[in-house]
Structure formats: structure tokens, C-alpha cells
Design a protein around this ligand. Sequence first.
Ligand code: HEC
Length: 85
Amino acid sequence: MINLLHRRLYFLAIIPVLLLGCSSKPELIEQKCSTCHKSSVVYEKKHTMVEWERQLYGMETRGLTLSPEERKAILEILAKNYSLK
Ligand code: HEC
């Protein structure tokens, strides 16, 4: 019984993550990455995933705030479209 409840809660908790994943398209980049510089900075160069992780970290030290979900979604967009691999 408790177990079932937990599973339901887990399922509910995962919905926003899935939604975010599905809508994870460049709007998130527009929204998160165009405040300090043009978002075109993001599109200009391709990087490996390791480099993108470093870039994101660099942006975070400059003041960018990302939730873990946003971070993941952004890395997915970058991996799909702006990655060397
Ligand atoms: C808090 C401010 C801030 C935010 C938000 C921000 N950046 Fe930056 N970013 C900078 C600064 C400062 C630079 C260096 C100066 C420049 O190139 O304009 C930079 C430069 C860059 C560069 C070029 C680095 C290079 O080596 O040429 C990339 C790529 C980049 N940002 C990606 C991103 C991505 C992706 C996001 C969103 C997830 C983002 N930035 C959000 C501040 C920010």
C-alpha cells in the first residue's frame, strides 16, 4: 500500500521533468542564455560535451542559475545540436 503510494508520487514527480524534456527546445536557451550576451554566442561554436559542461560551469560562476532539470535539458539541447560528437 505504502509502496504503491510511493510509486504514484514518483510518477507525479516525474511529469514536470518529462514535460520539460519534451519542450526542451531552444526556448530554454533563449530564456536562460540571452540575458548576459546574445544567445547567438551559444550557437556560434560547437563543443564536445565535456567542453559544454565546462562552459555551463563557467556561466554559473558568472551568475547563471540553473535547476538540475534545466541544466540537464540544456545539455541535451547542446548535445543534439551544438556538439562535436
Ligand atoms: C550571468 C551572465 C551569463 C549568463 C546567464 C550566461 N552567460 Fe555565457 N557568457 C557570459 C560572459 C560574461 C561571457 C564572456 C564574454 C562574452 O563572450 O560575451 C560568456 C560567454 C559565453 C560563451 C563563449 C565562450 C567562449 O569561450 O567563446 C558561450 C559558449 C556561452 N557564454 C554560453 C552560455 C550558455 C549556453 C548559457 C546558458 C545556459 C549562458 N552562456 C548564459 C555570461 C553569461
